[in-house]
Each structure stands twice: as structure tokens, then as C-alpha cells.
Design a protein around this ligand. Sequence first.
Ligand code: PMP
Ligand code: GLN
Length: 378
Amino acid sequence: IISKFPAMGTNIFTVMSSLAAETGAVNLGQGFPDFDCDPKLVDAVTEAMRKGFNQYPPMTGVAPLREAISAKVEALYGRRYDPAAEVTVTAGATQAIITAVLALVKPGDEAIVLEPCYDSYVPNIELAGGTVVRVPLTPGSFRPDFARIAAALTPRTRAIIINSPHNPSGTVWTRDEMLQLQDLLAPTDVFVVSDEVYEHMVFDGQRHQSAASFPGLAARALIVSSFGKTCHVTGWKVGYVAAPAALTAEFRKVHQFNVFTVNTPMQYGLASYMASPRPYLELPAFYQRKRDLFRAGLAQTRFKLLPSEGTYFQCVDISQVSDLQEAEFCQWLTREIGVAAIPLSAFYGSGFDQRVVRFCFAKKDETLRSALDRLAKL
Ligand code: PMP
Ligand code: GLN
């Protein structure tokens, strides 16, 4: 067969999870919790199924969930999105992002990604026929470099994909950084795809800065989030996009033909669950404690800890531990030490080696302790 994408391989999360399963390693690679969600959420979904919410929902998502999303975004970030015209329920953030890219980017357009970036962004732009423009985040700190972003903007730039809190580095953009982006884009027609899936996992009293809170960004932004992260249900694949009506209309033109709708009972279950106790408010403290437990253990090893301001990821520099190239190191660590991690090279184009790997700490304390016991040898 003549491949349309000969260079596209299997994504790193699949590769490392398979290797972890095969070798019996503790899987701190792929980002997902190894603990269950709140049983009340399962009850809410079960009840929705029993009530007969088992057929196609509206293309845009069920009304109670769109209303709950709108209420949450307004309460936290101060901008009201009309649930009817400006909020769309998606099959996770993955489908939200590719749909946004397909809706905006056409052949001849450029789209900017800030590297390292989540592994779907670049293939999404390529699938749309766009030209990928890679702008590095500042080496070491992983903070946005506005001079380099400014230099990458051209009349053909159609979109920029941003991601804070940032996977893999755990960096959280400050208010000042969001303002700088807003100023930079003010004279342009560039759209922003703002991947905010870790919006509720920000530590040490810092606050998530949503593009929704910055009028000049919100007017041009598709804001993406995921209930998989927020409610510990990555396998349910439910997320959303909030965007001004004209942008949402473009988004839905594609959405209706690449997924059409998202499973109905999960939507009703999430709607009732999100409405009452505001479960996401507990997440910063919940994950900060796990981060601190994990960091305290890693501090006993020769890994050099990088900051983790948000997300459920912790990056470490491996230079003092091994001479192996980072992808090989992750294979070795999984097979020989029994802990799976993700090499940062997976978040870059080819030829990159920064000596950094990523661990996921969205795990039971006992899982983290078991991984730390194994890593203590290093
Ligand atoms: N964006 C980022 C930055 C992510 O880390 C993830 C989850 N790995 C996604 C998007 C995809 O989210 P979902 O599982 O809801 O499709
Ligand atoms: N978002 C998760 C991560 O970064 C994994 C998602 C996936 O498996 N595609 O680890």
C-alpha cells in the first residue's frame, strides 16, 4: 500500500504502556490515573442509562452538560459562553483539537506549535494539509519565548496551538505571559487553539490563566478541556470546546462529520455531577500532595528534578543517572528497573535529545511508593 503518512509511527503512549504491561513495570508513562473516579459519577451515568438516555444526543451535546460547562467557565474565568451557540461537547480533547485544526487550517496555511508539544498537534496540522511551524519554548524553563513567536508569524499564519498547564513540562503560563500573547496577536487574524485540559491541576497557590479571561484572546480562541482529566475518567473520552459563535459554527461544520455526537449517558452523568459539589475544586490539593510525595522520593535519587507547577507530570533530567539517549533510557528503565516513563523527545520533531524524561504521578500512593522503591537504586 502506498502510505499517505509513511513517517507516522505508533504514538509513544501506546508503545510505553504496551512495554510496561509486557514487562510488569510500574507504569508512570502514559498519563492516566490508576485509581477510580468518584462512585457518585458512576451512579449518575448508570441512572442516565436506566432513564433511557441511550440514543443519539443533539450534535452539539446535551443541553444540561453545555449549561454546566458554561456555568463553570463563567464562574472561574469570567466570560459567559452561550451554551446553545458557543459550547460543543466533544469526544475528549483529542477530537476537539483535531476538529478545530481541520476547521481552521487549509493547505497553504501555517500553524504554530510551541515545542515540546502534545504529540497529536503536529499530525493534526499535517492531516489538514497545513504547514507546521515549530517554535521552541525556552530551553530549560519551557516558558514561551515571545520574540521567537513574533518572528514565526507571517501573513499565512492561521492558528497557534497553546497549552497551559503544559504537558510535558508542567509549566503554567502567568497572567503576564497571556497578556503578552494577547498583545502580540492583536494586529493579526490568527486563531488560538487553547488546550487547557489540565486547567484544574495547578499548584502552590498559582492560578490557571484561561484564554477565556483575556478578551482579545477569547475573541479568537477555541478553548479545549477534558472531563477525562478533571473527573479521573480518561477512558470515557468526553471533553468540550468553548468558542465565540462564529468560530463555533465553523467548528461544528467539521464536528458533525467526524464524530457527530458523543455518548449520551456519560454526558448526562457528567452534567449532574459537575452541577452540585464542584468536584474540580479539590483537584489542586489532591494532586499537589501526590506531586510532593513523588518529588520527595525522587530527591533521594540522582535524577535532577525540574519544576512541576501544574498537570500530573514530573520531569527529571537523567544526566547524572545514565549516558543513554533519553528514548533508550526509557526502554532500559522499564525493562531493567521496572518503571515506565516517557522520553521528552516524543514531544519534539526529530533529532532532539534534552536528557529529560516525564513521569506521571496520577497514581495511588502505593503505586508511587513502589515506583520510588525501584528508582531508589539509581
Ligand atoms: N491535550 C493534552 C495536553 C493532553 O495531555 C491530553 C491527554 N493526554 C489531551 C490533549 C487529550 O485529552 P483526551 O484524553 O480528553 O482526548
Ligand atoms: N495525555 C496522555 C499523556 O500525555 C496520554 C494520551 C494518549 O495516550 N494518547 O500521557
